[in-house]
Design a protein around this ligand. Structure first.
Ligand code: AMP
Length: 257
């Protein structure tokens, strides 16, 4: 596996053949690794980007304490069969004078809860798509609204990449794996389980939102909403447990391809 930090080096590391890209912010867990393994199985060249993207964090967000361990991430990526790990600096991605943004008109859910978040996500992903020129880019269902936003962008701007979605990987108790779970104390982790349990209660209910809200068990949700992603209906929610913000979703109807 090659680790490259500069755009110029990245160009030289690419070769012909079906190429897969897995964009990440690092602190790898089984969710990230499932995307890398799928890319490995389906592509000739697998590129993973590791970039804690300042543009998608708000002023009050947790970017300063976001977990980082490049050495561990590099060895996990190598084990998963990744060919190129792209680890740019913020200056490499946003050099002096950077002034172009991709603003997908998303509403509800994370778009309302984190103004500017998807602008940062869409901008960095379009940059990564242009740099890596993947045939397929792999994303997790965990961030379902992100998938909806990126598919909208790809269609609207005629970006030649296929967006694949893979199921959310959970721990044995049902909590969706997230780099941010590292912040949770054991007591908070127990409370956090209220989120997947509430979504599960809503999944088969006549009124999923009301049923999930009723099952929150004291956990305070920022929102519980239905989200349409390419004809599939998802029940999505966000909640704060202590100082940690968690998001999760389940499919209520249809399938995510
Ligand atoms: P992140 O590093 O958190 O930006 O996530 C990078 C990619 O991994 C995104 O496409 C996420 O949706 C995906 N991902 C994060 N957590 C999970 C999970 N528990 N299961 C599946 N995919 C995930």
């Amino acid at each position: 596996m090659r680790i490259v930090r500069r755009v110029t080096e990245l160009r030289l590391a690419l070769h012909d053949g079906r190429r897969g890209l897995v964009p990440t912010m690092g602190a790898f867990h089984e969710g990230h690794l499932s995307l890398m393994r799928a890319a490995r199985a389906q592509c000739e060249q697998v590129v993973v980007s590791l970039f804690v993207n300042p543009a998608q964090f708000g002023a009050r967000d947790d970017m300063g304490r976001y977990p980082r361990d490049e050495e561990r991430d590099a060895s996990l990526a190598e084990e998963a069969g990744v060919d190129v790990l792209f680890v740019p600096s913020p200056q490499e991605m946003y050099p002096e004078g950077f002034d172009t943004w991709v603003d997908v008109d998303a509403t509800g859910g994370e778009a309302r809860a984190r103004p500017g978040h998807f602008r940062g996500v869409a901008t960095v992903c379009l940059k990564l798509f242009n740099l890596v020129r993947p045939d397929v880019a792999f994303f997790g269902q965990k961030d379902a609204q992100q998938v909806a936003v990126l598919r909208r962008m790809v269609r609207d701007l005629n970006v030649g990449v296929h967006i694949r979605v893979l199921p959310t990987v959970r721990d044995a108790a049902g909590l969706a794996l997230s780099s941010r779970n590292a912040y949770l104390t054991e007591a908070e982790r127990q409370r956090a389980l209220g989120l997947p349990r509430a979504l599960e209660a809503g999944r088969t209910a006549h009124d999923p939102v009301a049923a999930a809200r009723a099952a929150l068990n004291g956990l305070e949700a920022e929102y519980v909403e239905l989200l349409d992603v390419d004809g599939a209906t998802l029940l999505t929610a966000a909640a704060r447990v202590g100082s940690t913000r968690l998001i999760d979703n389940v499919i209520v109807e249809g399938e995510l391809a």
